[in-house]
Design a protein around this ligand. Sequence first.
Ligand code: CA
Length: 220
Amino acid sequence: MRILLVEDEPTLSDQISAALIESGFVIDHADNGQDALHLGAEESYDAIILDLGLPIMDGMTVLKNWRAKGLTTPVLILTARDSWHDKVSGIDAGADDYLSKPFHMQELLARVRALIRRASGIASSTLRCGSVMLDTTSGRVTVDSQNVGLTAHELKVLSFLMHHQDEIISRTTLTEHIYAQDFDRDSNTIDVFIGRLRKKIPENMIETVRGLGYRMRASP
Ligand code: CA
């Protein structure tokens, strides 16, 4: 899952990035409204964390621009402490959730996970596909209640497919959602991760759709 983090305060953005990466997310970072506007409109993200007080263009304007362009990515805004009017205008401008500074990193992570689940129409923090279960809070994966050890990349691929069950997901989409923008992306590595995952979960659960990509289904 790939996140756009828009925050101009270096210490805070480093802390948020570190916590998100530790939780298995990949991050692109913008430190001003103009770059944020561009990245959000041009790249594919599973969620966006948007500070409202930004140089060049403020966060509220960025958010309104994205929504006017039809961008539906879930957006969590970061507001100043006790600034209730920012929360109201932010939600009216199309934000899906907010956090007031200062906040606990665990709360930010929980809210981001919830936004991503809701965008996929999933209410529970545990995803299920047949005998495969993924606890999105801990990153723990089980097959028939037995723990399965996955590498960080395998987990990123499985998590994306499980959030989008029954959908055909192209290699390009998978590549975009498991690597950050500045990473040297190679979509061939996706096939390698899929091959390894098939050895760890019931093999026919990830189906190859010729010429289009992959589809994860409980009963192919
Ligand atoms: Ca700021």
